[in-house]
Design a protein around this ligand. Sequence first.
Ligand code: F6R
Length: 612
Amino acid sequence: MCGIVGGIAERNISGVLLEGLKRLEYRGYDSAGLALIASGQLSREREVGKVANLVHAAEQSGIHGNVGIAHTRWATHGKPSQHNAHPHTSHNIAVVHNGIIENYQELKTELQALGYQFTSETDTEVVAHLVHHALKNQADLLLAVQSIIPKLKGAYALGIIDANQPDELIAVREGSPLVIGVGIGEYFISSDQLALLPVTNRFIYLEEGDTVRLKRDSVEIFAHGQAIERPVTELDATVMSSSKGEYRHFMLKEIFEQPNAVQQTIAQALDGNALKENFLEHANPALTQVQHVQIIACGTSYHAGLVAKYWFEQIIGLPCQIEIASEFRYRHPVIIANTLYLCISQSGETADTLAALRDIQKRAKASNTPIYTMAICNVSTSSMIRETNFHLLTLAGPEIGVASTKAFTTQLAALMLLILKIGEVKQSITTELKLELIQALWHCPKVLNETLKHDAKILSLSELFVEKAHCLFLGRGTHYPIALEGALKLKEISYIHAEGYAAGELKHGPLALVDNDMPVVILAPQDDMLDKLKSNMEEVQARGGELFVFADEHSGIHKKDRQHVVHIPQISQWLAPIIYSVPVQLLSYHVAVLRGTDVDQPRNLAKSVTVE
Ligand code: F6R
């Protein structure tokens, strides 16, 4: 999604802005631009494609200034092109925008009637003209911006500068993330603090509805027009490290970080063979009351929730529903008292999940229904963490690759910890099962490491996928969601069409797709469904399908004609989904590299989906 960087300083900040944009590349974008004010003059550069193109253009033109805004654009209104790239201007005003102005067409018509000429197809350009128009009646830039906010419908974050008022930068947060970086005698804004780490580790997290005036030596924040103080948070910069190290891609690095990420995530909650007393202690009274769980999430995080649905019901007998956030938010589902609404999200900023959470909170309040909200999330400073009653962090560290890997496996680990916790407070889990699960959790990092040793074998299998146009992933029980996740990984980074199915559904349609040219990936852990899965494998082979099986080492499944097998080390069947995620991630990664795609920033996708 679009990314914003901006700043005001005594020095020339063009380098800071360009470095910030590079750090936002992971979010996905198709063009980039910046505008700077120097000696009261506004200059702008915009380029289609990578930030490197913009860096080159900026070097050529020598653009500089001590106040400026910059942007990576992920096209929503109007195709990727130089004239649609941000910043958009109106006379001396320049604007960058993340989000969508839903009523831009109506505003555009009004502005055209006033004589404004549009040079782009974007929704953003209306904001620049509206600010310019408002300044005719109100000379103060902040007041002018505040006066147009009631006209804007949608979710957005804005950065605005005016060459006639070169000593300030105005920012607005209304539904899209925006953070202030506090430097020494300088201030910055960005959609993601990662962009600002070269200049500061001190941040102010804005709330929805905040407008901000930044000067070189001061910050003023207004919540719905009223001046307000927001705390400055200091981050440990080592935690925020975002280099690829020895790895060719962030995705590969993040796949290999999983043993450590899972270890960190479980270590926050476990002490030997028990849950730590202080783990989610403040949630004890609420969790005792919980009668149902409703999971809300998108994409890969949704797949983690699908696994947890099996676990909640089978391990602690707690009814659990799960729904994709983009459906849930518009379905206005009945609110059930004593439900735990559990949002799962890597970023904690996903627009649909946040909107679903806010809708449920609003309606529960209006109907006086007691509910609890919780986030399982990887970003401790995110909106989702701030807006839920309770949270459980996945300690995966920053995930930069657009395709989620370590966030997924740590979400699974965190979900298991939550289930143990609820089982304990509600006394709905036996001591034996609790001990088995805790020991299996501790064992996970070691088994993940052993599984990663199959990388070379999986690389050689991936060569057989390169020319394929389609692929099926099959699993049963908790490995049905892993089949869905495998298919999502393969399609998003290799662009091969892939579908995940519950293997039992094969005969109900997808078997018709199977022929000599159809690779079928099978997830075959040692569990109660193994014999049934073996029958499904026979069905595929009988129709000429080529099988690629990730099977438990004791499953009795071996290599044969048109059946490739990678043996996965044994683990408790409950935690096998964490382990079986690894081979499908590695397979997708290697296929994508061989096909020459942009693995870390696949086409058309964004890391943090902050618009719907
Ligand atoms: C796929 C992927 C996406 C995200 C989805 C939700 O690899 O990363 O499907 O899982 O956009 O994002 P979060 O977890 O940040 O809410």
